[in-house]
Design a protein around this ligand. Sequence first.
Ligand SMILES: Nc1ncnc2c1ncn2[C@@H]1O[C@H](COP(=O)(O)OP(=O)(O)OP(=O)(O)O)[C@@H](O)[C@H]1O
Length: 248
Amino acid sequence: MADPILEVISLTKCFGAIAASDGLTFSVKRGTIHGLIGPNGAGKSTAIAQLSGELQSDTGRVRFDGQDVTRWAVDKRARSGLQRSYQITSLLPEFTAEDNVAMAIQSQQGHSFRFWENARKDNSLRTPSRKILERVGLSDFADNPAMDLAHGQQRQLELAMVLATAPSMLLLDEPMAGMGQSESLRMMELLRPLKGDVTMLLVEHDMDVVFALADMITVLVKGQVLLTGTPDEIKNHPEVRRAYLGDY
Ligand SMILES: Nc1ncnc2c1ncn2[C@@H]1O[C@H](COP(=O)(O)OP(=O)(O)OP(=O)(O)O)[C@@H](O)[C@H]1O
């Protein structure tokens, strides 16, 4: 069995009287897709924000790749390989798909965009950018401005930008949100082969997607872990069915 790349130990975050995360404990094995599911308000987004470093936890610990990252800021966690997916809002709409990826590579290398016109001609950025666009199925759209891409393609571009930073683990908060069925299927087919190279923690409301992709699933209810198990264990667990899945 693969070793855990991420260990979440008694993680807690309160907003006033609400314990959005209440003693979360689970671990994610390296090279797997791990689903994080639960009803609305269960604390999934809060957990993702605590893991990415956007939210400081009240108590508990996060260990990533053998290091205690509990007090690390977002940037430091990202540089160590623990990355949250980009949001469409971080795309530069007037720049081409390739430019957006090249800038993500450049920012990972710690450069500024000051000499962007020169960087655009730089093969050390162009070649990997093209490769990453190919990996997310956007080769034919490399020269299109991001704003001209369809919604699903913009989500593919977000994925390309986060892959440009060479993450070892991705925190994906509803990567299929706002997508139609065919776009969602496409995204699934893009995520699946990344497994192995990139460990993924996947928050997703679409249970078909979660059950198709995840190796293990953690169910949250009211800020607490109800159960961690394989998709079959989760599907067939009476308490999970009662609390969340209903007649799925
Ligand atoms: N910034 C905040 N201030 C106050 N309460 C918050 C804040 N963020 C989250 N909460 C509360 O914490 C609880 C967990 O919210 P969270 O958004 O993490 O749940 P979720 O499982 O992601 O929900 P959803 O599936 O609806 O996105 C909810 O009761 C929510 O109202």
